[in-house]
Design a binder for this molecule. Structure first.
Ligand code: NAD
Ligand code: UDP
Length: 313
């Protein structure tokens, strides 16, 4: 197949490209590098089945030739990134989603929207099933991301119901692994960078808020299985192994025993969700998917990748 991936130079988009290329498909990546990195796709530069169009998907987009599948992965994804790029985040998850749904209709391609667990906001139900409607602050410091993703979900379902677009919808929970931007502020890469440099690990609040970490290769398999399924409603993709942020900091320090870092408590940012854990019953049932790589195994892989690149200890 010929497959378009928006956000192909990002963390997840680059792994999705690798997976789909390994299945023999041709990939057309589109990225404007607002948060993506050229080094994420440098290894694909000599691959004749991979091409990259440097473009903002909020501008009108014409692509020559057929497109069988369209994965919409483009969007700033870290709290630091989307607060820095508030209007661009709103635009890529509204006008960008709209443009790509129109393109999918013109090309008769199947379309997948990468939505997020942030649609659940600060959840009052734990773990979160897809049937939960969420608890989101529509004007808060995460609203440019949460509400835009919720719009993208509504837009995807409207194109499916009214225009007959062949759509898929996933809600991705916190994913980690090599190729994350070391300075984008997301918790796992931040703690690993700090620990490798003997700097304090900056735990926000008392570190009692929880997240559930999914290793990147597990996640992209789930994304691909969703695209190839026949299910149009949202599917949660993530690892239900819920842990406090303090525990994650301790795990990382344990895996880097030579580190002299200590834990330093910092002020909790506004609207930081207190709990987050996916209910993945639907993914298990419909896709036969569940993550395979445990937290310590995945963290070790990530530390082995970054130690020679970032480490001084
Ligand atoms: P990332 O920032 O590494 O990748 C996003 C990519 O999209 C970047 O390469 C960026 O340059 C590109 N992009 C952004 N706006 C664009 C635009 N207007 N036109 C063209 N390209 C544009 O982030 P990621 O972690 O790889 O996330 C990918 C997708 O998955 C995002 O939609 C994000 O919301 C979603 N998601 C990720 C996670 C996670 O834990 N990584 C969790 C939930 C949802
Ligand atoms: N966090 C932290 N220290 C950091 C970065 C993040 O304690 O240096 C916490 C943050 O407050 C949140 C969790 O880790 O509760 C996950 O943050 P991240 O930015 O990775 O993503 P989120 O899940 O909040 O979108």
């Amino acid at each position: 197949m010929r497959i378009l991936i928006s956000g192909a130079a990002g963390f997840l988009g680059s792994y999705l490209s690798d997976l789909l290329l390994s299945q023999g498909h041709e990939i057309v990546g589109v990225d404007n590098f607002i948060t993506g990195r050229r080094e994420n796709i440098a290894h694909l530069s000599s691959n004749s089945k991979f091409s990259l169009i440097e473009r903002d998907v909020t501008d009108s987009l014409e692509i020559d030739g057929p497109i069988d599948r369209l994965y919409h992965m483009a969007s700033p994804a870290s709290p630091k990134g989307y607060v820095k790029h508030q209007v661009a985040t709103l635009k890529v998850n509204s006008q960008g989603t709209w443009n790509l749904l129109e393109l999918a209709l013109r090309k008769k391609s199947r379309f997948l929207m990468a939505s997020t667990s942030e649609c659940y906001g600060d959840p009052q139900v734990n773990p979160q099933p897809e049937s939960y409607w969420g608890n989101v602050n529509s004007i808060g410091m995460r609203s440019m991301y949460d509400e835009a993703k919720r719009f993208s979900e509504a837009c995807t379902m409207a194109y499916h119901r009214e225009r007959g677009a062949d759509t898929r919808l996933i809600r991705i929970f916190n994913t980690y692994g090599p190729r994350m931007d070391p300075y984008d502020g997301r918790v796992v890469i931040t703690f690993i960078r700090q620990a490798l440099n003997n700097e304090p690990l900056t735990v926000f609040g008392q570190g009692q808020q929880t997240r559930s970490l999914c290793y990147v290769t597990d996640l992209v398999q789930g994304i691909n299985l969703t695209m190839e399924s026949n299910f149009h409603e949202p599917i949660n993709l993530g690892n239900p192994d819920e842990a406090t942020i303090l525990q994650i900091a301790k795990d990382i320090l344990e895996l880097i025993p030579q580190s002299k870092s200590q834990i330093e408590y910092k002020e909790m940012p506004p609207d930081d969700p207190t709990r987050r854990c996916p209910d993945i019953s639907r993914a298990r049932q419909i896709l036969g998917w569940q993550p395979r790589i445990g937290r310590k195994e995945g963290l070790k892989k990530m530390i082995d990748f970054y130690a020679p690149r970032l480490g001084h200890c």
